[in-house]
Ligand binder design. Structure first.
Ligand code: GDP
Length: 478
């Protein structure tokens, strides 16, 4: 547990300089942006005559159900899948077709509710959870809020069209998140379908399918004619087995908000993906900076249920406010605790908003590196010609030490666009523009999301700046 001197000062409503003086009296030399440990912070707080009370995110987890996540408590959980791909390649059709493969649908009228995610049961009793918002925008927006809920990405590529710009974007978003990709080569019913061409094109993006000697699973499907959907599900389950996905169902529930809205007559409704533990009606919880008590749980078939376990998507009624998609969801013991944590987070959000824009991401990254919290400096590189982009990539990749390295998330020829900003935001990356500029939309987004874009026209300058950032010597650019 740590806190920056500035934040500690803010929370006590004291001047930063006074906090630094107090630290000095106690033999600690610290700057305003330096991070100090909780014990030191407590000492300072007492010296100012306040009563120290630690309320941190991780406290939420302490003393919950009392059950640990030790191996013996872990059971297999269904994989959580997000479908991505180029527009019109069949993402929505595939999600609809997969929805209809559910083997228990007959009894309960099928998966009719659109709550943001659904779970299908396949033959043999295994289950797969699909996130119902296709595309990488939602995926990346979630990741930007710290939620990594996808275990597997299904990349849809139309066999008559091949790899297109958004296919490439999807690949790089999945790779940046280190999520394995299964390729669904769709529309094989079409006369001009060319599966071989798709496999060859995938090679250029380092996705080597099994047929070509690699380990990427690729399944030829038709969403429209419902061909090979069972094979696709088998591939997903096989990949899930390799990933060895497990969770402890016997603990307080923890998960992610997939979507949230206000509905007439129902109040705030959130769809939550449970990741650990089991959520019950009556549980008290915190979702982002909101809290509540579960009044009712409704599954993807519109049924009221009493509980929801790992990897289950469920609608939660009983929120006091509306959280955001990507917010975390945790159950806590008491309403008092829920209020306390939600209040703390609301204050933190306000502080963060106030601080946004004040400092660039590179400096933030630099202080994290200096504090030993970051091990790599992620970058996105855009340039005017292939030659200079390649030169920058190879220069940067050779830089760094055993402790810290530059990680090139994406490099390409062209101006800086919105997709670059979302990627950078989600990975806390720095964007380097070499003889190119950001388009106006990207510029606005970067400003709003405080993504740091740096422009260069000399390769040496790029290398120099990053080397300084890595060694913690970068001068502030305010
Ligand atoms: P999305 O934009 O990726 O969500 O794509 P859609 O699911 O909306 O599909 C785009 C178009 O392709 C629609 O007209 C679908 O009917 C069609 N389509 C989707 N899958 C198939 C398929 O397997 N075969 C054929 N022939 N058409 C398909």
């Amino acid at each position: 547990e740590t806190i920056a001197v500035q934040e500690l000062a803010n929370r006590m409503a004291e001047r930063g300089a006074d906090v630094i003086k107090c630290l000095m009296r106690n033999g600690i030399m610290a700057t305003i942006n330096q991070v100090i440990d909780a014990d030191t912070a407590e000492l300072v707080v007492s010296e100012f005559g306040h009563t120290p009370k630690r309320v941190a995110d991780s406290d939420v987890e302490i003393g919950l159900s009392g059950v640990s996540d030790a191996d013996s408590n872990l059971i297999q959980r269904p994989p959580v899948v997000t479908v991505m791909g180029h527009v019109d390649h069949g993402k929505t059709s595939l999600l609809d077709a997969l929805r209809a493969t559910d083997v228990v649908s007959g009894e309960a009228g099928g998966i009719t509710q659109h709550i943001g995610a659904y779970q299908v049961a396949v033959h043999g009793g295994q289950r797969i959870t699909f996130i119902d918002t296709p595309g990488h925008e939602a995926f990346t927006a979630m990741r930007a809020r710290g939620a990594n809920m996808t275990d597997i990405v299904v990349l849809v590529v139309a066999a008559d069209d091949g790899i297109m710009p958004q296919t490439v974007e999807a690949i790089r978003h999945a790779k940046a998140a280190k999520v394995p990709i299964i390729v669904a080569i769709n529309k094989i019913d079409k006369p001009d379908a060319n599966v071989e061409r798709v496999r060859q094109e995938l090679l250029q993006h380092e996705l080597v399918t099994e047929e070509l000697g690699g380990d990427v699973l690729a399944v030829e499907v038709s969403a429209k004619k419902r061909i090979n959907l069972d094979k696709l599900e088998e591939a997903i389950l096989l990949q899930a087995e390799i990933l060895d996905l497990k969770a402890n169902p016997d603990r307080a529930a923890q998960g992610v908000v997939i979507e949230a809205k206000i509905e007439r007559g129902r109040g705030s409704v959130a769809t939550v993906l449970v990741q650990k533990g089991t959520l019950h009606v009556g549980d008290v919880f915190v979702a982002g900076a909101e809290w509540g008590r579960v009044r009712a749980l409704i599954d993807d078939r519109g049924n009221k249920v009493e509980q929801a376990g790992p990897s289950a998507p469920v609608e939660v009624l009983g929120l006091a406010g509306t959280p955001s998609a990507g917010d975390d969801f945790v159950t806590v013991e008491t309403e008092v605790r829920a209020r306390e944590v939600a209040g703390y987070r609301q204050r933190k959000e306000r502080d963060a908003k106030a601080a946004a824009g004040a400092r660039g991401t590179l400096e933030e990254m630099f202080s994290k590196i200096a504090a030993g919290e970051a091990k790599e400096l992620p970058v996105v590189i855009k340039g005017d010609v292939q030659g200079s982009v390649e030169a920058i990539v190879s220069t940067l990749e050779r830089m760094g030490t055993d402790e810290v390295k530059v990680r090139v998330l994406h490099s390409a020829v062209g101006g800086i666009n919105e997709s670059d900003i979302t990627l950078a935001k989600a990975s806390n990356a720095l964007i380097i523009g070499f003889n190119v500029r950001a388009n106006p939309q990207a510029r606005d987004m970067a400003r709003r999301d405080t993504v740091d874009i740096r422009y260069y026209s000399i390769i040496y300058d790029v290398a120099d700046d990053l080397r300084q950032a890595l060694t913690g010597m970068l001068a502030p650019t305010l």
